[in-house]
Design a protein around this ligand. Structure first.
Ligand code: SF4
Ligand code: SF4
Length: 103
C-alpha cells in the first residue's frame, strides 16, 4: 500500500491562488499555452502537467487542456521555463489590452 503522505504529488509550494492578492494590472507578461504542443492536450492523456506542478501561485489547472487563472497569475514565467514541449509563451500583457498595445 502506498505511503499516504506521497499519495498526492504536488508542488513544494503550499500557496493557494490569490494568497499574494489579485494581480490587477501590474503583470507585465502573461503565459499563453499552445494546445497543439501541450502533451496532455495532444495525447488526451494526463501526462506532464509540469506547469501545474511548478506554478508557485497554484493557478494552473490539471486538465487535459491546462487552464491558467489570469486573475492571480503573476506572470513569473516559471511555467514557460519548465514546459518540456515549449508550449507556453510569455506574451506582453499589453497585447491583450483594447487597441492591442500599438499606441
Ligand atoms: S508543462 Fe507544457 S506540455 Fe506539460 S502540461 Fe503544461 S503546457 Fe502542457
Ligand atoms: S506565469 Fe508564473 S504565476 Fe503565472 S501560471 Fe506561470 S508559473 Fe504560474
Amino acid at each position: 500500500m502506498p505511503d499516504p503522505r506521497f499519495k498526492v504529488l504536488t508542488s513544494a509550494s503550499s500557496s493557494g491562488p490569490g494568497d499574494a492578492g489579485r494581480t490587477g494590472s501590474w503583470r507585465v507578461e502573461r503565459p499563453v499555452i499552445d494546445m497543439h504542443r501541450c502533451v496532455p492536450a495532444k495525447t488526451g492523456k494526463h501526462a506532464c502537467h509540469l506547469c501545474w506542478l511548478y506554478c508557485p501561485d497554484n493557478v494552473v489547472s490539471k486538465d487535459l487542456e491546462p487552464q491558467i487563472n489570469l486573475e492571480y497569475c503573476k506572470g513569473c514565467g516559471i511555467c514557460a521555463e519548465e514546459c518540456p514541449a515549449k508550449a507556453i509563451s510569455m506574451v506582453p500583457d499589453e497585447d491583450f489590452l483594447e487597441g492591442g498595445g500599438d499606441e
